[in-house]
Ligand binder design. Structure first.
Ligand SMILES: Cc1cc2nc3c(=O)[nH]c(=O)nc-3n(C[C@H](O)[C@H](O)[C@H](O)COP(=O)(O)O)c2cc1C
Length: 204
């Protein structure tokens, strides 16, 4: 089963390490994951006053997330937390209240940094938002990618062969299985309740 994955990168810069990690996941050509990078740099800052007549960029972003089977966050850490641009995208997708496009979407998080703790702080702040957003978050493998530099990538902008690429490949497979488990479970539960409803009608 192939699943549509929306990748949200928490860095806007051209040479972003995290964008290249995200690109590497797309380039694995895992035919079970159909990955699209969702741009967030053009999203106007969230302002509840605009909910009645939302900017077109918000509408486009919400539609892109709604159409996905799962969400992969790939982000740097800024000052031990979530970069503002990513937090804004999370806030935009989460509203209007009760209409969050993140609700029930299986998700996973990768954080990459040249530093040694691999964006641990940002990773867990995204995880914290995911709890409130009701996103079933993949627990393992955790991906705090430390010591990532330009040298980690080849001329095509993808991770060179090595342990980092190995971890990313493991994560991509685990994420597929996570999304698959959640979607199949929901389908089975829906079938069970349809069957139970039918039986109740027959015995009425
Ligand atoms: C405003 C700002 C704050 C940063 N804070 C952290 C931090 O808390 N932890 C960390 O590991 N790196 C931090 N860095 C360094 C980033 O990890 C580094 O610039 C990284 O390349 C950014 O990700 P990107 O390459 O995907 O844009 C910070 C960088 C900036 C610009």
């Amino acid at each position: 089963m192939t699943y549509k994955i929306a990748i949200i990168v928490g860095s806007l810069r051209e040479g972003s390490l995290n964008r290249r990690v995200a690109r590497s996941i797309c380039a694995l050509r895992n035919d079970n994951l159909d990955c699209s990078m969702i741009e967030i740099g053009d999203l106007p800052l969230y302002n509840q006053d605009l909910d009645a007549d939302p900017p077109e960029q918000w509408v486009r972003f919400r539609q892109q997330i709604a159409a996905a089977d799962g969400v992969l966050f790939c982000s740097p850490e800024y000052n031990r937390g979530i970069p503002g641009v990513l937090k804004n995208a999370i806030d935009v997708g989460s509203r209007p209240y009760g209409q969050s496009v993140f609700d029930k979407k299986p998700a996973a998080i990768v954080t990459a940094s040249p530093g040694s703790i691999g964006g641990f702080g940002a990773n867990h702040q995204i995880r914290q938002a995911g709890v409130f957003l009701n996103m079933p978050m993949m627990q393992q493998p955790e991906a705090y990618l430390g010591h990532v530099t330009d040298d980690s990538f080849d001329e095509t902008g993808c991770l060179k062969e090595g342990p980092l690429k190995g971890l990313i490949a493991t994560l991509a497979h685990a994420f597929h299985d996570w999304v698959d488990m959640i979607h199949r479970s929901r389908q089975l539960l829906a079938e069970d309740s349809a069957h139970a409803a039918l039986q109740a009608k027959e015995h009425a």
